[in-house]
Design a protein around this ligand. Structure first.
Ligand code: 5GP
Length: 191
């Protein structure tokens, strides 16, 4: 049997509010050969979010069980909630030769880089910290306490940008998307 080529793992990160969601939505609409890894989280769904599409929304107990059963490739606590990546989903896809994209925060990305040194890492940066703060506030999905926690996480995350292979500044969705597409086309050899 011919060796099946393993899929490639893409790790996308960037501070909360940087606009990763919008860019990735466009990316997945235009690229059907790469899977999005749907994470598990203990955070409550936002009004427009769907179970199994954006996240698997679980209780703290369910999350703990997944950790204990070693079902997560990586997991982290981020601004008071837990988030984790399904090991089985990622490994099965890669084994089948399918590319997978993880959209996770920087601590999780660091763990994935250790486990998968060949993964392709992409960091989305805001044009400035002030711009990001105003986007986070404009979203009206978090209260002031949650926003403060997120802003503090953002400072830590921005300091990690240089550890990523590609840095894309999201000054405008269309141009950031075009850059992401160029990275993918290059890394996947235009497949
Ligand atoms: P949000 O609550 O805004 O959807 O996500 C908060 C942060 O958690 C974002 O930076 C997002 O990329 C990250 N995140 C989402 N899923 C995971 C995951 O499975 N693992 C880790 N480490 N971070 C995640």
């Amino acid at each position: 049997m011919a060796d099946l080529k393993r899929g490639k793992l893409y790790v996308v990160t960037g501070p909360s509010g940087v606009g990763k969601g919008t860019i990735l939505e466009k990316f997945f609409n235009n690229n059907k050969n790469i899977y999005f890894s749907v994470s598990m989280t203990t955070r409550c769904p936002r009004p427009n979010e769907k179970e199994g599409v954006n996240y698997f929304f679980v209780s703290n107990e369910e999350f703990d069980r997944a950790v204990k059963n070693d079902e997560l490739l990586e997991w982290t606590e981020y601004s008071g909630n837990f988030y984790g990546t399904s090991k089985k989903f990622v490994e099965n896809a890669l084994l089948k030769g399918v590319d997978v994209l993880l959209e996770i925060e920087t601590q999780g990305a660091k763990k994935v880089m250790e486990k998968f040194p060949d993964c392709i890492t992409i960091f989305f940066a805001p044009p400035s910290f002030e711009e990001l703060e105003s986007r986070l506030r404009g979203r009206h999905t978090e209260d002031e306490n949650a926003i403060q926690k997120r802003l503090s996480a953002v400072r830590d995350e921005l300091s990690m940008a240089e550890k990523f292979k590609y840095n894309i500044v999201n000054d405008e969705v269309e141009s950031a998307y075009t850059k992401l597409q160029a990275v993918y086309d290059f890394e996947s050899g235009g497949k």
